[in-house]
Design a protein around this ligand. Sequence first.
Ligand code: T1G
Ligand code: NAD
Length: 706
Amino acid sequence: MSSDAVVEYRREGDIAVLTINNPPVNALSMAVRTELLTHVEKTDADPDIKAVVLICAGRTFVAGADIREFGKKLDGPSGRASMEAVEASEKPFIAALHGTALGGGFELALAAHYRIAVPSARVGLPEVNIGVIPGAGGTQRLPRLVGPEAALDMMTTGKHVAADKALALGLVDEVVDQDTPEALLEGALAFARRLIAEGAPLKRVRDLDDKIRDVDPAVFARIRETRGRKWKGLLAPWRIVEAVETACASSWEEGYAFEDRAFHECRDSPQRAALSHLFFAERQATRIPDVPADVKPLPVRSVAIIGAGTMGGGIAMAFANHGIPVRQVEVSDEALERGREIVHRNYDTSVERGSMTRATADENLQRITGVTDYADIADCDLVIEAVFEDMALKQDIFAKLDAVMKPDAVLATNTSSLDIDQIADATRRPESVVGTHFFSPANVMKLLECVRGAKSSPQTLTTAMSLAKRLDKVAVMAGNCDGFIGNRILAAYGRQADFMLEEGATPSQIDNALKAFGLPMGMYLMRDMAGLDVGWRIRKYREQFRDKSQRYSPIADRLCEMGRFGQKTSAGYYKYEGRNAQPDPEVEQLISSISQELGIARHSISDQEIVDRVIIAMVNEGARIVGEGYAIRASDIDVTYANGYGFPRYEGGPMFWAERRGLAAVYDKVCAYNKEHKDFWEPAPLLKKAAELGSWKAAEEAMADG
Ligand code: T1G
Ligand code: NAD
């Protein structure tokens, strides 16, 4: 085998073993496809070969097509060609699976005649997460093997199925006893020898049809009905349903052809580019340039959480759901009991919704205990403070933690707006202090915004960032500026929305325009849900630092002075009957009177103007944050907004949205707003540079080179 070959061929008696070796995840690159096809033709032509084992070196079986090749014109065989050759072979092909056999990797396995796996293997067709559909026969072979409903569930959720479940579903034919590469190879060879000895038939999945005939069309109507709302704005999940529908209603050839057309339609759609951007951006966000890659995270085997309120409860569940024991600390046993009721209620809701079994919920709940004495948490590896957003209270708690916690414990705060350095200075070990900003509900939201203090050590930072992988979240590193990344941008576009209220828009108009753009919820509905008093307390604290020469909208303060705190008082920007929000003429009257007071002539504002001003405010503030060094790269802004603020993933995030729209055009818009509105529209230097160079990456590199 030549040194740069990615598929190795060797013989074990009359069995050929093809080993794919293309680190890091054996992606089905052009090189792999080409060499694989060559070896299949070779084994087909060799009369001494009676069976073929397909196996991978390294940490996983093929984890999919090479996403980096999307959109590139490459000469050579398609993934389909190599899989058709495997399936058509007259020699039994046994795919031996370990790690994560995903996408094109699992399609290759489905094209094989038999599949065996190690106990820790997982299989899936998660293409929908990057905006495409399985394009190498997956939408046609999977329903033939497990039926349309299980196939639709796997492909529209992108979930990974564990080996034991895969065996039960018939996705794999055998699971070997041990979790080792040796056991897998031995198991595959033994399986092949049995097939040869028994002269077993070739099980071509494409020829199976017992599970796809006479399928009740309601199966497809039901999934469109139940999941359609979640798929708003998306292309791929709808095409997956059509492809499986076609598989059940027509021939292999027609279904296979439909899949190919739909795959290319999705691959060439802007959504795919946006979702692939996020795929790689989320992986890059884990890299902190000034933290060497060999700095290992400290172990986190036990966690303490100070405060068992809204966030404390959610954070406790996030850790407990991932097998990590948690001790909650509260001011009293009553407060602990109150906290436990919050967690209990949340688990009951998960069980009622069917997203967790009662047994699992009870198991997780067992991992959460309560204490009131700090001595009972001294040995924990990590402590996260989630008490009221009050600096003096947090400093008091960190001084106490400094006194009792073991020397190498990591001391984290869930503050959403306070200065991390001020909190750290309340201890004698500021190097162990870091921000771990979770988002509500903390057991659900994907984003973990880690905030570095001036003295946070590389190991403390790495430990905080590594929590995301443990908790199945996405981490981003933010600098210690006001509002960090997420809330600082939220303040910037919230301001523009408030100004547009004064200029002529209404809360429902703005919310509807943002929802139509793809945000899951409008700005004012979101504020009413979080509670207007939370922001009011922060604004009152900040009033002492506010630059009074800059424009300020008093609308939110006036609503709070009227006791309108949102849903909790059945009145905020909207009035509420239960959870049902209604526009309130009293609020529109208040806003008009404020416009008059400020001498602002109200005029009609288009929905497009609303979306542009809000999203471009996000982009300009994002560029300012990167330019000031409080975010490492522009794509981290996208990761933050797509995982923590509901920015539609199919738009890739605000910075990607701007790049696709044309950075020069966005820059011109900012300059126009600056001319018309002045306050807060000074173009960010990084945006100016990016407009000149045509990309954020080029601008970041230029700025780095000074
Ligand atoms: N293509 C190219 N690079 C990939 C890749 C892929 N499919 N998957 C991972 N990588 C890179 C990743 O960028 C990172 O690189 C490194 O591998 C480790 O990844 C026809 C068209 C497999 C579960 O959607 O879900 O097949 O940052 O950090 O957490 O139907 O990666 O180190 O330079 O994520 O252990 C379908 C995508 C493709 C699976 C491993 N497949 N990958 O997770 O490591 S579309 C997927 C994952 C397709 C066909 C269609 C995860 C993983 P770097 P990592 P991990
Ligand atoms: P909350 O009011 O729901 O809970 C705070 C809890 O802290 C209460 O149960 C209180 O009894 C407890 N507490 C107060 N003093 C304490 C002490 N000395 N020792 C132990 N416990 C004490 O507040 P929350 O919404 O969960 O917010 C907590 C923190 O998380 C704040 O810093 C907030 O800014 C931040 N945050 C909140 C959200 C959100 O959406 N609510 C999101 C991200 C971050």
